[in-house]
Design a protein around this ligand. Sequence first.
Ligand SMILES: Cc1cc2nc3c(=O)[nH]c(=O)nc-3n(C[C@H](O)[C@H](O)[C@H](O)COP(=O)(O)OP(=O)(O)OC[C@H]3O[C@@H](n4cnc5c(N)ncnc54)[C@H](O)[C@@H]3O)c2cc1C
Length: 462
Amino acid sequence: MNFTRRDAIKMGAVGVVSAAIAGGLSGCSKAEASPSKEQGSAKKLGKHTVVIIGGGFGGLTVANNLKKKNKNLDVLVIEKRDTFMSCPVSNTYLGKLDGINLGTFVFDYAQPIEKYGYKMCQSEVLGIDRKNKTVTTAKGVIGYDILVLSPGIAYSYETQFPTWSKEKIEEAKRTAPAALIPGSEHVALERMLSNMDDGDIVITVPNGKFRCPPAPFERACMIAAYMEKEDIQGKVIILNPKEKFAKYGAFMESFKDLYKDRIVYVPNAKVDDVDLKNKVISYTQEIEDDFETKKVIRKSIKYEVLNLMPTNKANPVIEMAELKTTSDTFHKVLMNGCSFQTATDKDVYAVGDVVGHAIPPSGQTAVWAGKQCAAEILARLAGKAYTLPVKKKAVHAGNVCYSMVGDNPEEGIMVTHDFSWTGKTIKGKGHVPRAASGKFRSTGTAKALHDWYSGITADLFS
Ligand SMILES: Cc1cc2nc3c(=O)[nH]c(=O)nc-3n(C[C@H](O)[C@H](O)[C@H](O)COP(=O)(O)OP(=O)(O)OC[C@H]3O[C@@H](n4cnc5c(N)ncnc54)[C@H](O)[C@@H]3O)c2cc1C
């Protein structure tokens, strides 16, 4: 399929390739990075056929699949970070599993740019003007014909702790890192674990919808494994505002078999406050006694390390685009039927954790959606009608999500999701398989986890 200048004009693109954004990392050069972050730069950096916001799992998949099928297509990725860091498998870093180090998670963007030939602008997006089809970054204004949003999540401490000051929120981010967004939070949490004395570690599960629902529980297993290895005296206490969670049976089996005296699971526990200075967390737990009478228990516990995962929400880039979203606190993007086009604007697509379909927010789902989205865009640019295959036939194991639960030997559990079109949304139906042993966890699943991660990162980066 050839993308011609005529196709670009069909899309309303005039002057598709800008001299300022000639290719590769020079997309918006460092020399242009002078204006204040708040205002962005009014400097015009040219226009691209497809502009993708977010160089994470979803965004990079869209970019490389567009270029794999049409090497002449003018694709620009805007990403605020200069290195890619993976959240998947990062919990094994906290567990200090053999052979895992920071290099397992960090990748440079130069390699995929060379391999696939898309352009990249390393800058933060500060605004989106859908009427004029422009994106304002800290380095300048970029035009688009088609915009794809894959900006991931942000934290919403304000929703969960409305009485906290800005200073307290900043202090919580620093001293009790959530580590749900790639970057230095994972490193900070690992440092705190490495430096800790004996004592308890508290993990709080976010309220509402959140990124990678099994992640807090995999993290609990990995931290418990680390404490066992280092002979650290203390418990891993999980405070969950809900009763159950993703892969519940499989995790509970591992907690009981592997970490009986280590992991304490506290369901229906809502965090009330944290005294960050004295390292005390207070929560309210609702329990039912044998006569089904509800009781409320208030407790405060001292912690050595706190992994405070607050309420999640869609990244502010979604708000900047003024798209219609779900009415919950997450604000997922409403989609245009069986498609990755948004319901609000036919020229704006969304993939990754912000997508409003009923599919799990995972890296694997973001990759699946990224491929579907690229196929939709390519067909559109070629002037062809296109129906997502999932509309006609359910997709088996569209998402496979592994969690490492054991060390020495490494053992993993998994969930697979089949995706299907309900007539209203693309929906995922989960299945948590047992191994031949009758247990949920197995060494084979742990190996599959490593193989999955090698495959997915090889596709994005090598
Ligand atoms: C601990 C943990 C473990 C996980 N394990 C797994 C797993 O085993 N398997 C699995 O499938 N998934 C896993 N996930 C989930 C997975 O990480 C996410 O679902 C996936 O990253 C979502 O992809 P995305 O493209 O939506 O967002 P991201 O991958 O987060 O990418 C978003 C990108 O947008 C950029 N961005 C944001 N705002 C701006 C802006 N204003 N300007 C420019 N750039 C911006 C960000 O820097 C980021 O690079 C895990 C997550 C966590 C936290």
